[in-house]
Design a binder for this molecule. Structure first.
Ligand code: NAD
Length: 304
C-alpha cells in the first residue's frame, strides 16, 4: 500500500531544482500540501529569483496538487514557516535541503567562502527548524530531515567549508532527536548522491547521470518523513537507489592510571591497543563516554 501524506504540510527548502524539486513533487503527488522554498540564486549563492520556486509550484498545481512558493533565504527560516502557517496552518515535515558550494582549497579560502556556506547550511537549517519546532511541539508531531554529505563524513579536497557545514547537520540531528522524542518529533540525516547542478563538474558520464537521477533518493526520504517511520537520530547515505545506514564505532580502548603512568611514552606503547577495532563498541549516548565503572576501573586495574 502506498504511503500517503494527506493532511500533512511539508516545507522543502531549496525546492526549485535538483533533489529539492523531486522531494516537493513527490510529497505533493502523495497528498501533502507543500511549501516550495527557493532563493533562486546561483550555485555559489549569488543573486536571487522567484522563478525556480514558481516553476515547481506550477508543475504541482497543474498535476492537481497543492503548493505555495516562498522565495526567502533559509537564513530567514521564520518567514518560510510563516508562509506555511498562513497558507495551511501547520507544519508537519521539514526537509532542510537548500545548499550552495564555494569550493576552494583551504589555503586560498576567504572568510566569505567560509561564512556563506555556514550561513546557508548551518544557520539556515537551524532557522527553519527553530521556527517550525514550536508548531511541531504543539501538534505533537514532526519529522525533520537534514542534509549531510559524504564530503562531511569522509572529507573532500577543496571543501573544508562545506565538509564542516554538512557534518554539523548531523550533530544538529542527533540532539534534535533527543529533545524531540517526547513530542513525537523525529529527526534524521541523509547524505544524498545525485546528479544535479552541484555535481555536474564531477559527473559527466551520461550513464552516471542517469543512474544518479535525484528522483532515486526521494522514496527513501519519503519513508523517513512518514508518520509510520520510527527512525530518529540516524544518518543514512542514499543515491541511485542504494541506501545504507552509518553508525559510530569505537575501539575497546585502554585504561591508564591518570595519577601514575599516564605519559606520552605510555600512550606510544599502547597505541596499537587504542587503535584496535577487533571487538568494537557502538556508542550511542553521552553516558557511554562517562561510564562510571570504566573510570573506576582506570584507577583500580589500569592496563599500565
Ligand atoms: P541544487 O543546487 O540543485 O539545489 C540546491 C537548491 O537550494 C537550489 O535550487 C538553490 O537555489 C537553493 N538554495 C541555495 N541557497 C539557498 C538559500 N539560502 N535559501 C533557499 N534556497 C537556497 O543542489 P542539489 O544537489 O539538489 O543539493 C541539495 C542538497 O543536497 C544540498 O544541501 C547539498 O549540499 C546536498 N548534497 C547533494 C549531493 C549531490 O550529490 N547532489 C551530495 C551531497 C549533498
Amino acid at each position: 500500500m502506498a504511503l500517503r501524506f494527506d493532511g500533512r504540510v511539508v516545507i522543502v527548502t531549496g525546492a526549485g531544482g535538483g533533489l529539492g524539486k523531486q522531494y516537493a513533487l513527490y510529497f505533493a503527488s502523495r497528498g501533502a500540501k507543500v511549501v516550495v522554498n527557493d532563493l533562486g540564486g546561483s550555485m555559489s549563492g549569488a543573486g536571487a529569483s522567484s522563478r525556480a520556486a514558481d516553476v515547481v509550484v506550477e508543475e504541482i498545481t497543474k498535476a492537481g496538487g497543492s503548493a505555495v512558493a516562498n522565495y526567502d533565504s533559509v537564513e530567514n527560516g521564520d518567514k518560510i514557516v510563516d508562509t506555511a502557517m498562513k497558507a495551511y496552518g501547520r507544519v508537519d515535515i521539514v526537509i532542510n535541503n537548500a545548499g550552495i558550494l564555494r569550493d576552494i582549497s583551504f589555503q586560498r579560502m576567504q572568510d566569505a567562502d567560509w561564512d556563506l556556506v555556514q550561513k546557508v547550511h548551518v544557520y539556515g537549517t537551524y532557522k527553519v527548524t527553530k521556527a517550525a519546532w514550536k508548531v511541531m511541539q504543539d501538534q505533537k508531531f514532526g519529522r525533520i530531515i537534514n542534509t549531510a554529505s559524504v564530503a562531511g563524513i569522509q572529507g573532500n579536497f577543496g571543501q573544508v567549508n562545506y565538509s564542516a557545514a554538512k557534518l554539523a547537520a548531523h550533530g544538529f540531528t542527533l540532539t534534535l532527536a533527543r529533545e524531540g522524542a517526547k513530542y513525537n518529533i523525529q529527526a534524521c540525516t541523509v547524505a544524498p548522491m545525485a546528479a544535479s547542478r552541484m555535481t555536474e563538474t564531477i559527473m559527466k558520464d551520461e550513464e552516471d547521470l542517469r543512474l544518479l537521477d535525484p528522483a532515486k533518493v526521494v522514496p527513501f526520504v519519503g519513508w523517513l518523513a512518514h508518520e509510520s517511520c520510527k527512525e530518529t537520530g540516524t544518518l543514512f547515505e542514499a543515491g541511485g537507489g542504494w541506501i545504507a545506514k552509518l553508525r559510530r564505532e569505537r575501539s575497546q580502548g585502554v585504561l591508564v592510571n591518570p595519577t601514575a603512568n599516564f605519559t606520552p611514552a605510555a600512550v606510544s606503547s599502547l597505541i596499537g591497543k587504542i587503535n584496535d577495532f577487533t571487538n568494537p563498541e557502538y556508542p550511542v549516548g553521552m553516558l557511554d563516554y562517562a561510564d562510571k565503572h570504566k573510570l573506576e576501573d582506570a584507577l583500580l586495574k589500569p592496563t599500565l
